[in-house]
Design a binder for this molecule. Structure first.
Ligand code: MN
Length: 227
């Protein structure tokens, strides 16, 4: 049996509805600007192709976990997103093949240090400090799923006030297309999560805020921003 020179934590995990068994997280990919109105509020052009960035696997915060207000920012934004959890993998997939990889869906929040992201954009620098920080991916339990992807309402409230509310049908690239496109860039693998982009209405939160996200047919997610 292989031994290791360091003891590391077991893989990051997300609970699954209907079972005590956990979903092990391999990698987290995220789609940028996949809803037209949000693309415009970020200063993009409707013809820009969507693109991907990543977060560390252990950025996930399962339900009930603590989401601390991160350091080095004074502009922490919420981005409510449908998350796809993969049970299969492959490369260079077609959209027709893509949905066979899906284990289930979850509600996620792509937490963003917007000031650091904007500074990185201005300087042509990478986005990890703005996007891939500790506890930057709160997520609900995963709902196992077969067939056509969710298509209902996606929304998030802060202290009871709705901040973002849209239809999953407003996505520019649909779930099958996102998986297929990602598989051209990476060999996708079981345990990968893909955050599929956020609609318009991203805004700042402060410590003490109560955050509640919902996706029709998928589930809901609540957390408090701790000091
Ligand atoms: Mn996002």
């Amino acid at each position: 049996m292989t031994s290791y020179v360091l003891d590391l934590p077991v893989p990051a995990t997300v609970p699954v509805e209907g079972t005590d068994a956990l979903f092990p997280v391999h990698r987290i990919y995220c789609v940028g600007r996949n809803y037209a109105a949000h693309r415009r509020e970020m200063g993009g052009d409707d013809r820009d192709p969507p693109f991907f960035f990543a977060k560390p696997a252990d950025a996930v915060v399962p339900p009930g976990g603590v989401v601390p207000y991160p350091g080095r920012t004074s502009n922490l934004h919420h981005e409510i997103e449908l998350v796809v959890a993969l049970k299969g993998g492959g490369r260079d997939l077609t959209p027709d093949q893509a949905l066979d990889l899906v284990y289930g869906y979850a509600v996620g929040v792509d937490l963003t240090r917007r000031d650091l992201q904007n500074a990185a954009k201005d300087k042509g620098q990478p986005w990890e400090a703005g996007k891939g920080f500790d506890a930057s991916a709160p997520i609900s339990a995963i709902r196992p799923w077969t067939g056509a992807p969710p298509s209902g309402t996606i929304a998030i409230s802060v202290n009871g006030q709705v901040r973002q509310s849209a239809s999953l049908e407003d996505m520019i690239w649909n779930i099958a297309e996102i998986i297929a496109e990602a598989s051209k860039l990476w060999a996708l693998a079981p345990g990968d999560l893909i955050f599929t982009g956020t609609p318009e209405g991203v805004a700042a939160m402060v410590a003490g805020d109560e955050v509640s996200g919902q996706i029709e047919g998928v589930g809901e997610l609540s957390f408090r921003i701790a000091p």
